[in-house]
Write a protein that binds this ligand. Structure first.
Ligand code: DP6
Length: 325
């Protein structure tokens, strides 16, 4: 017997970041976080449970996955199998739709798409809250990729209470995010390793937990008032404080490279000339710029001479999970 489903999930960019776990096995975060789902970057995953298969078969962008990456997916599929009461192995085919070799392949869209496709193929019928709890077990940031638009991940105090909900849909606020692809190399320190080191060694970690609470309150206010300057200021400050945790960890590390710093400086300069734009960065050197559509061309014109048009990808708020079959 074969049971099949295919789903699409978009990636998200956190405006108030998740950077630390209260429980590693369940991926419960230390703080709430809030993100914007993006239309431009997404993952399509199809899952077929087939009782004739001797083992899970997983392919990513046309190549068979092996080793730890395949193990992570099999472990995730085991959760689905247990929940659904089945034992069949699965054929998993995943395609990441990101600009070629952009270094933006994301575990957020990946595990959100896998959670949706695998649960549906297994016969489970999960609502968004249950799906986001499931996606969380694959990767923390995937918790926020089940819904579109602005999404908050409530840290909760256990598996049942740690999930994401939509704060406002994608069409609530017309914003742009310019991804500046400064570097396409694989990151050396994964988010999981980076956040753990920050949490266990940075003397500022407790302060970060307090700040996130405060930032989240202000961000939700900015979203409800559609106050762009307030949203951008909080996002930029929160991102830099997260990166300060890496710089203050022992041993210290950083996701910045020379081009990231160049991009940040350019954004500061543009802002000084009266163009409202703000940056954020995740656990890699690419810089994402928040800008309103009316100032998009001015920001692109300023960034293009420094980075080249093919390193700049413009995104907008994106939708939640979609079932393709
Ligand atoms: C900097 O979700 O990749 O993007 O839960 O260990 O898989 P794991 O980590 P991951 O971490 C994302 C960190 C971040 C901030 C964010 O998305 O909130």
């Amino acid at each position: 017997m074969k049971n099949h489903a295919k789903a699409r999930a978009h990636t998200n960019i956190a405006l108030v970041k998740y950077w630390g776990k209260a429980n590693e096995a369940l991926k419960l975060p230390t703080t709430n976080s809030l993100s914007l789902t993006l239309d431009r970057f997404y993952t399509d995953t199809s899952v077929t449970f087939d009782d004739q298969l001797p083992a899970d078969q997983i392919s990513l962008n046309g190549t068979a996955l092996e080793g730890p990456a395949a193990h992570r997916i099999t472990t995730f599929l085991d959760l689905v199998r247990t929940q659904a009461g089945i034992s069949s192995k699965a054929q998993v085919t995943t395609v990441n739709n990101v600009p070629t070799a952009a270094g933006l392949a994301s575990s957020a869209s990946g595990f959100a798409a896998l959670a949706a496709a695998a649960s549906r193929a297994s016969g489970l019928q999960l609502d968004h809250k249950q799906l986001s709890r499931l996606a969380r077990r694959g990767s923390g940031s995937a918790t926020r990729s089940i819904d579109g638009g602005f999404v908050e991940w409530h840290k909760g105090f256990g598996d049942r209470t740690s999930f994401a909900t939509q704060v406002a849909p994608a069409d609530y606020w017309n914003l742009n995010v310019i991804a500046i692809l400064v570097n396409q190399r694989q990151k050396q320190i994964s988010s999981s390793v980076g956040m753990k080191r920050s949490q266990t060694t940075s003397p500022y970690y407790r302060e970060w937990e307090k700040l996130c609470k405060h930032d989240l309150k202000k961000l939700k206010m900015a979203i409800s008032n559609r106050d762009f300057n307030c949203l951008g200021t909080i996002a930029e400050e929160n991102a830099m404080r997260m990166h300060a945790l890496t710089l203050s960890a022992a041993p210290d590390f950083s996701y910045f490279d020379a081009d990231s710093l160049k991009a940040m400086r350019l954004i500061h300069q543009l802002r000084a000339t009266g163009i409202p734009c703000y940056f954020t960065m995740d656990a890699g050197p690419n810089v994402k710029v928040l800008v309103e559509p009316k100032h998009l061309n001015a920001v692109l014109a300023a960034l293009t001479p420094a980075f080249g048009a093919n390193q700049l990808v413009v995104a907008a708020p994106g939708p939640g999970i979609q079932y393709l079959t």
